[in-house]
Design a protein around this ligand. Structure first.
Ligand code: SER
Length: 319
């Protein structure tokens, strides 16, 4: 086991809950402290109830557990942020500044900060969006991520703080539910399918977005964090791709296993957000610098999702 003491902020969230378990497998249960705004269920390793807007409380947790790495996953996502932009901006930025400042002052070894495809807007190339592209986001979430990436880069260049970041596409997993994002439909759709319920999609049938299966997202995150620092040429945030698909393509993939699956479309305000995002992104910098290579495509993900959800819903596990 490696001797790291890791704090995860937002460990109750869609990615945080899965990443906590994965990091505990690598570093040992006791070395990974799961924290969240809401009290967490008892689990294999230590937990803390922590509001990342409270810099003093954050510092106390870091001291208490002798933390040397922080994964700051807490954020208000794209769709939810649009309901109250100033509130979302404040949470996303104030929590990041607390993390960066305590990491700088206490000379922590590494910080992880996720960014998103939401940094891109309609001026960016729609297909195979390059790593270095014009960034004019159309959501407050995207604006906060562009700013956050640049602050990450600033702390790296100015203070030598080893901040690392990935621009996640939509993340799909059976273990947890997303909350408040524009790509959330791609998780919900599987839950409806496995229960034989018709699904109403809030995006148009032909809305193509970049997506990534959870095991790839988790592996990519840990691989980035373990890569030698001198191999990393991007200190804002790496484009990260897995697959790209539309709602009608994911429905077709589900129908290969569950032929009766029924989908309807009722686009809402999230359609405009999706339309401002790339359909696919170029992640060649991640592939070159730290050998990023996703394993799952749409059909292998669908098979795995339905298999695990069938078990979760106590249905026949033959799916
Ligand atoms: N999944 C996120 C969202 O939809 C994108 O980063 O907001």
């Amino acid at each position: 086991m490696k001797k790291e003491n890791i704090l995860i902020i937002g460990a109750g969230g869609q990615i945080g809950s899965v990443l906590t378990e994965a990091l505990r497998d690598v570093y040992g249960d006791e070395h990974v402290v799961a924290s969240d705004l809401n009290p967490l269920e008892p689990q294999a390793g230590p937990t803390e109830t922590l509001n990342a807007l409270d810099g003093q409380a954050l510092e106390e947790v870091i001291k208490k557990w002798r933390i040397n790495q922080v994964y700051h996953l807490a954020a208000i996502l794209s769709a939810k942020g649009e309901k109250d932009p100033m509130w979302a901006w404040n949470i996303n930025m104030a929590s990041l500044f607390n993390v960066l400042e305590v990491a700088r002052q206490r000379s922590l070894d590494k910080v992880y900060y996720p960014s998103s495809i939401a940094v891109f807007g309609r001026e960016a190339a729609h297909l195979d969006t390059p790593q270095y592209e014009v960034l004019i986001p159309e959501t407050v979430y995207g604006i906060s991520k562009v700013a956050g990436e640049n602050w990450a880069n600033y702390y790296y260049r100015r203070y030598g703080l080893d901040v690392r970041s990935l621009r996640y596409p939509g993340i799909i997993g059976y273990q947890s539910m997303p909350g408040g994002g524009t790509t959330d439909y791609a998780v919900d759709i599987y839950h409806y399918a496995i229960q034989n319920k018709p699904f109403e999609c809030f995006l148009r049938a032909d809305t193509r977005l970049p997506m990534l299966y959870m095991p790839d997202a988790i592996r990519g995150t840990i691989e980035l964090m373990e890569a030698p620092a001198n191999q990393l040429s991007v200190r804002t945030s790496y484009n990260l791709a897995g697959m790209s698909f539309t709602p009608e393509e994911v429905a077709a993939s589900i129908r290969k296993i569950m032929p009766g699956f029924d989908i309807r479309y009722k686009p809402d305000f999230r359609q405009a957000i999706a339309d401002s995002w790339p359909a696919s992104i170029d992640d060649s910098a991640a592939r070159k610098d730290w050998n990023w290579n996703p394993e799952y495509d749409l059909d292998t993900m669908t098979k795995d999702m339905l298999h695990h959800l069938a078990i979760q819903y106590h249905l026949s596990s033959s799916v």
